[in-house]
Structure formats: C-alpha cells, structure tokens
Design a protein around this ligand. Structure first.
Ligand SMILES: *Cc1c(COP(=O)(O)O)cnc(C)c1O
Length: 432
C-alpha cells in the first residue's frame, strides 16, 4: 500500500498511521475535526532543504521557513532546532516567532503593506531583514528607523516578470501582481536609488517569489538569471554591491498520487548552481543565498481527520459525504479548487470503490473536494484528508462561529498538542 505522503502508513491492524501513530486512536483521544502533523517528517523536510543547500552552494546561505504555511510556537521551535530561519508575513507571525524563541537575527519580515505598528515591532526588535515592497514602504521604514535611532537592514522585493505555476511557466512582459517592484519598467532601479538615499536603511539585498507549487527547477533558474542581471546593473550603475539574493519559496509537493514534483534536492541544487554560475559569469561575489519554502516543509506532513455525519446518495447525480469540518478548517478547495486524496483511517487497506463529493458543515454551499475515490463510507466513520499541513490551520476561520480544531504533532510515535482546540467561549469571549 503506497500513500501520497511518506508520513503515512498502515499498522498491523491495517489502520492508517501518521508518524507511526494510529490515526483513529488519536482521533478518539483528541476528537474531530483534528489536524495531525508528523513532526519527524517536518524535520526530514527541513533537512532535505538544508542538506541540499549545504551540498550545492559554496557561499553563505539560509533556509527560511515561510511561517504563513503554518505558524505556531511549536513549529517555530522545531524549525529553529533544525537550523532554519523564519520568514514571517505580518506582525503576528513575527510576534509568534519571537515569543517561541526564534532569534530576531534569523527573522525575515514580509508583507506588501506593512503597518507602522508592524514595522515598529520589526525594527525595534532588530530582526534580520525587512523585505520592502515599494517606495512608500521604504520611506516608512526610514522614518520609523529614525524615530527609534536604529538602522534597518532591508531588501527590496522585485517582480522579475516570471510567473510559475505547477503546469506552466510564463515569462510575462510586465507582471500583473500586487507584490514587488517591477524590474522591466525601471521602477526597481528607482527603488534601489531611493533606498540608497534614505537614512536609517542599509540596503542589503533583493528578493523575489515567483509562485507556488512549482514542480520543475527551470523557473527558479530563470528567476536567478533575471535577478542576477539586475544585481549586476545596480553594481555598474550605482556602485552598490547587493549582498543577498532571496529567491522565495514555491517548491512543489505531491498532493495527489499522479503528481510528480522533481524533488527538493534536485530543485534546490539546480537553483544554487544557477546562482553560482551567474555570479561567475558576471564576475560578481557569491551572494548570500536565501530560499523560503513553506508548503515544502509542512504540507505533506499533515492530515485532517473528520467524522462523517450524513451520506446522501442522489441517484445518477452524486454522493455527498458530510463531515464535521469544512471551509473553516480548509478553505483551499473553495479558494483554488485544490485537489486532495482522502482515506478512511480504519479501513485504509481496503480498495477505494466509491466516488464521493466531500461536503463541509458550514452554512454555505461549500465543498472540500469533488469526485474523490474512497472506501465504502458510512455515517460515523472517521475520514482523513491527506497533505493538509500547509495553508489549512493557518487559513482557518471562525465562520459560523466554528471553533478551530487543535494541531496535534506526533514525534517518535507520541502526540503533543501544539495548538489546543478552540471553544465556543474562545470565540464568543471576544465580544463585548
Ligand atoms: C508564500 C511565500 C513563500 C512560501 O511559498 P510556498 O509555496 O509555501 O513555498 C515564501 N516566500 C514568500 C515571499 C511568500 O510570499
């Protein structure tokens, strides 16, 4: 029996395991809906990235985990222990990382419209880098740095005109995106000039993030070429050598068995090699290279376990299976039609002979997926959606005042409650 993720298996009772622990037993102990994560798999993923960087990049490098994929204190501790830096999108993620003991000098702060409060937290705590998204932000950073008497170490997010998706790579003339400063239009060079002229800013590097769920190394190499050419232009025209090249995340993972991403080692090595080759070609000092995987660290290491309520067969139409969660714990099907595999933890060894549509419990015509193969399913069964470690808990909401499920992490076969289950009182308790 082969599962889509290596954190899953079958035990001697033919039941689904995650990180070696029996999923049904964990569901009985912690209730459903339930997010389960294999902490050991998270650590293996961290090591795949750091191992590939150390094997293939001769310069200084860092792997920064993109906390937006799943931010909680325990995961900050795990990624810190594995030698990763933290990419934080927004003040809440910076705050969580600091609270969990991530050293400020390992935090990179992102966001396309950071508030003054967020910038004050970042600059005041001396975090490693602020990735500025445009001229207004550069001015805000300079002003707040002046107020606090500090110098902020800054890189600028550029849009290199490359947009990569799972199945296509587009090299567009001008990138239509709310993120980043376009290189093509000359705006990027203007932003660099501005940053160099402002007090309180040490312009350290440039950043780009070309997309997500990228399966092949080629788009990363294309981005490297564009970014390297820009760094050379900055050196030649403004006599300023940018020290850091941050290429963002986007490393693809396998959500369904038919998907074949090329693998972390291959994509990371190809990227690192492209940077080394570009530096050599342009006679440029090897930049400090940063990559920021989010999904690649956590997506495949997590599942969500539900209890099936009703099974409604509409003859000749479809069979709806309703579970005790939905868009409140996993909005990705609603948002992007994201594809997942499902299985019944207590009958995981049986053949998937039924095709179902998985419905949530929210007062909205919301689904978790359509036309999904599964074992014969009845009311009361446990049902697991696989590969939900990224952008599920972190995107969860309290729609219908549904409390968010807990995140339970398994290590060495033992569970640990990383985030406790919300209660109705947690939700209603904010009200005056
Ligand atoms: C979203 C994002 C990431 C992580 O993307 P993944 O697809 O989860 O790897 C990294 N860096 C930046 C700037 C991002 O916006």
């Amino acid at each position: 029996m082969e599962f889509v993720s290596d954190c899953l298996g079958l035990n001697e009772r033919d039941r689904l395991t995650i990180g070696g622990a029996d999923v049904a037993e964990l569901a009985r102990e912690f209730g459903t809906p339930l997010y389960l994560m294999d902490e050991d798999a998270v650590r293996r993923n961290c090591r795949a990235f750091t191992g590939a960087m150390s094997a293939s990049y001769p310069g200084k490098w860092a792997v920064a985990y993109a906390n937006k994929a799943l931010s909680c204190k325990h995961l900050v501790r795990v990624t810190r222990e594995e030698g990763l830096y933290a990419n934080a999108a927004g003040g809440g993620e910076v705050y969580t990382a600091l609270k969990a003991g991530m050293p400020p000098e390992k935090i990179i702060f992102h966001g396309n419209n950071k508030t003054g409060e967020e910038l004050r937290l970042a600059i005041g705590s001396g975090i490693l880098r602020i990735v500025a998204d445009g001229p207004e932000e550069l001015r805000n950073i300079s002003r707040i740095a002046a107020e606090t008497g500090r110098t902020a170490s800054v890189s600028i997010r550029l849009s290199p005109g490359i947009e990569a998706h799972t199945y296509e790579v587009l090299q567009t003339g001008k990138l239509d995106s709310k993120f980043g400063v376009p290189i093509e239009t000359g705006a990027a060079m203007e932003a660099v000039r501005l940053a160099l002229s402002l007090d309180g800013i040490d312009l350290y590097g440039v950043h780009c993030h070309i997309g997500s769920q990228i399966f092949e190394p080629e788009p990363f190499a294309m981005a490297v070429d564009v970014m390297a050419a820009f760094m050379v232009k900055v050196r030649d025209e403004l006599s300023h050598t940018l020290k850091e090249l941050n290429l963002g995340g986007g490393y693809g993972i396998r959500y369904t068995s038919d998907q074949r991403p090329r693998g972390i080692r291959e994509s990371v090595s190809a990227t690192a090699e492209a940077v080394r080759a570009a530096a050599e070609k342009h006679n440029f000092p090897l930049p400090e290279l940063v990559i920021e995987p989010g999904r690649g660290i956590v997506a495949g290491a997590g599942i969500t376990v539900y209890t099936v309520g009703g099974v409604k067969e509409i003859p000749g139409v479809r069979t709806y299976v309703s579970v005790d969660g939905g868009m409140t714990d996993n909005p990705r099907y609603v948002l992007y039609g994201a594809q997942y595999e499902i299985t019944l933890p207590e009958r995981a060894a049986e053949a998937k002979t039924q095709i179902v549509t998985l419905a949530g419990r929210c007062c909205e015509n919301e689904l978790l997926g359509k036309d999904m193969p599964v074992q014969p399913v009845r009311a009361g069964d446990l049902l697991a959606v696989l590969c939900t470690g990224a952008y599920n808990y972190s995107m969860a909401s309290n729609y219908n005042r549904v409390p968010r499920p807990p995140v339970v992490m398994v290590s060495g076969g033992k569970p640990f409650v990383a985030v406790r289950r919300e209660t109705w009182e947690d939700v209603a308790g904010l009200d005056n």
